[in-house]
Design a protein around this ligand. Structure first.
Ligand SMILES: NC(=O)c1ccc[n+]([C@@H]2O[C@H](COP(=O)([O-])OP(=O)(O)OC[C@H]3O[C@@H](n4cnc5c(N)ncnc54)[C@H](O)[C@@H]3O)[C@@H](O)[C@H]2O)c1
Ligand SMILES: [Zn+2]
Ligand SMILES: [Zn+2]
Length: 367
């Protein structure tokens, strides 16, 4: 099969022939029909996460496709089923899984039953992996544990469903399961990309009264309005903290950082009302530390700063629920897919993301 290989930080991808095994035991091999390009892929490609992720790799982790072949112990899906890769697979046996908190599985993301000498995917005879605890989606197929997949109806558009594999679930999960925005709340979302746009939609679904989107591109802010933003701020033209305080008479109750930038992380805290909660969703460079968080500002008015991570929190959301929101017209995925591409378009997708051109590029590895 073909895959786009990340070989050098910041360097071009090359589409290469890669070998993929047959699924063993509880594994499933599925054809990747669509794979969204997430900023977390871009971060790895730039070398900003080199401590954990080194080339060569197959990036891409927002996948949807069709089951091709199943291992002998698979019971959850069968060939021909349409699926979203909804996470990294869980063991079902650790203390977290056994207490129903499978999203905290300590074996999540490992090939729980694969040994190092039997790699699922090889390039030039050597193991090649991806990010997000599994094989990369910028490829024509992948092998995952059956618990990583969510079966969906055959008539759902796989290019939109793919986004549920990361960005949409991360943003919705931040708003609904981590922050638990109550009806009537005031909200600010920094970054109106795939994750931030989904947090905005989560806030709308939760019934927030005011949703303020902050971005540096007017194009993104126009999209943010489609997703549910009631107010928009271009941070290149206006100080977002001052503007948010003014719009809300003193600050928002819930804020979200969906960029991964130290300056906007601090701003996400500074725009909070007393007792407000800032949720950090963005991922920055290895070793990022915030030095300029005003401690007494947090202490004196009992503000909360917390994190949200797809694998840890969002997977607590039933992905079937997210699919149902789309089917009922409550979740706008159609406007999140800005453009399609092929495996040869990974670099273009990254440049378009950096240039503010797209909410999401979705690659179609099998054409
Ligand atoms: N926590 C998780 O589980 C998780 C999951 C997926 C992605 N992420 C991270 O979330 C972040 C967002 O991912 P994405 O895929 O939505 O990225 P994206 O590129 O689609 O969106 C980021 C947005 O931030 C805007 N932006 C950039 N600088 C800004 C600034 N100074 N002020 C205001 N807006 C600014 C960009 O214009 C863009 O619209 C990344 O750091 C990514 O790695 C985290
Ligand atoms: Zn487990
Ligand atoms: Zn992602």
């Amino acid at each position: 099969m073909k895959a786009a290989i990340y070989q050098v930080p910041g360097g071009p991808h090359s589409v290469e022939e890669v070998t993929i095994d047959h699924p063993k035991r509880t594994e499933v091999r599925f054809k990747i029909t669509a794979c969204g390009v997430c900023h977390s892929d871009l971060l790895v490609w730039t070398g900003a996460r080199a401590a954990d992720f080194r080339p060569p790799m197959i990036l891409g982790h927002e996948m949807a496709g069709i089951v091709e072949e199943v291992g002998p112990e698979v019971t959850m899906v069968k060939p021909g089923d349409h699926v979203i890769r909804g996470g990294s697979g869980v063991c079902g046996k650790c203390k977290w899984c056994m207490s129903g908190k499978y999203f905290r599985c300590v074996n999540r993301g490992r090939y729980t039953r694969r040994e190092p000498h039997e790699p699922p995917t090889t390039w030039k005879g050597k193991f090649i992996g991806g990010i997000g605890g599994g094989p990369g989606g910028f490829a024509q197929a992948a092998i995952v544990d059956e618990t990583a997949l969510v079966k969906i109806d055959d008539d759902l558009p796989l290019d939109r469903m793919a986004l549920i594999g990361c960005g949409v679930t991360t943003g919705l999960g931040a708003a609904l399961t981590t922050a638990k925005i109550p009806p009537g709340a005031t909200v600010a979302v920094f970054g109106a990309g795939g994750v931030g746009g989904s947090a905005i939609q989560g806030a709308r679904i939760a019934g927030a009264r005011q949703i303020i989107a902050v971005d540096v591109f007017d194009k993104k802010l126009e999209m943010a309005k489609k997703f549910g933003a009631t107010d928009v701020i271009n941070a290149k033209k206006t100080d977002p903290v001052e503007a948010i305080r003014e719009l809300t008479d003193g600050g928002v109750e819930y804020s979200f950082e969906a960029i991964g930038n130290k300056k906007t992380q601090t701003q996400t805290v500074l725009c909070l009302a007393p007792r407000g909660t800032a949720t950090f969703v963005g991922v920055g460079r290895d070793g990022d530390v915030l030095d300029d968080l005003p401690v007494y500002f947090i202490t004196a008015a009992e503000r909360i700063v917390r994190g949200h991570h797809l694998n840890y929190s969002s997977n607590a959301i039933d992905l079937g629920y997210i699919v149902s929101l789309y089917k009922r017209g409550l979740l706008n995925l159609d406007d999140m897919v800005s453009q399609h591409g092929s495996l040869a378009d990974v670099d273009k997708a990254f440049h378009d993301m950096e240039g503010g051109e797209v909410v999401r590029t979705v690659l179609l590895p099998n054409g």
